[in-house]
Design a protein. Structure first.
Lengths: 114, 113
């Protein structure tokens, strides 16, 4: 199994530009999570999906952030327009449904907005 | 509401010494508890988990953790630290089938030669 695959690994963009982060979950996992990690705030859950349906997006910081999961094998997190304070590492994780399984994390996308 | 505290944002031990990383949680129902490790520039990797079976849980790389309900704790230990254990360790709790985990702030472990 290739694990959870995120792309790109690094993204540097100018303020105001649109940024799209991508995630391919593990086949057979039906839950997908987007997290943001910063030194100041630690790990923050942004949104999660069960069976491609968004369940809880209360962690999405503002309307500039949006996430989609058009099918079981692909999800995107979009920031438009980007701001310097969005600079962080964004992680995608997937899981079988059921808290006892735990998550499998991707390697993350390091986003720098200048 | 569930929450997690990790005492000590940074712990240093000598190589070969005991590793003890503390985790306390609050939960209104029997929880699921997890420890994750994050090496530099990598994602989080599951070390071990407690899911209401044995209270002493063994994980990868020689780590283990004990669930103590009376103390609401799930401390992580390893008898003998290795240089390769240097990383950030996160405790997490979930109490519902919705899988909404709450992660602790993390503890950075340094291993001194």
């Amino acid at each position: 199994d290739a694990g959870v695959i995120q792309s790109p690994r690094h993204e540097v963009t100018e303020m105001g530009q649109e940024v799209t982060l991508r995630c391919k979950p593990i086949s057979g996992h039906n839950s997908l999570f987007w997290y943001r990690q910063t030194m100041m705030r630690g790990l923050e859950l942004l949104i999660y999906f069960n069976n491609n349906v968004p369940i809880d997006d209360s962690g999405m910081p503002e309307d500039r952030f949006s996430a989609k999961m058009p099918n079981a094998s692909f999800s995107t997190l979009k920031i438009q327009p980007s701001e310097p304070r969005d600079s962080a590492v964004y992680f995608c994780a997937s899981s079988k449904q059921g808290a006892h399984y735990g998550y499998t994390f991707g390697s993350g996308t390091r986003l720098t907005v200048v | 509401a569930q929450s997690v505290t990790q005492l000590g944002s940074h712990v240093s031990v000598s190589e070969g010494a005991l590793v003890l990383l503390r985790c306390n949680y609050s939960s209104s129902v029997p929880p699921y508890l997890f420890w994750y490790v994050q090496y530099p520039n990598q994602g989080l990797q599951l070390l071990l988990k407690y899911t209401s079976a044995a209270t002493l849980v063994k994980g990868i790389n020689g780590f283990e953790a004990e669930f103590k309900k009376s103390e609401t704790s799930f401390h992580l230990t390893k008898p003998s630290a290795h240089m390769s254990d240097a990383a950030e360790y996160f405790c997490a709790v979930s109490e519902d089938q919705g899988q909404n985990f709450v992660f602790g702030p993390g503890t950075r472990l340094s291993v001194l030669p």
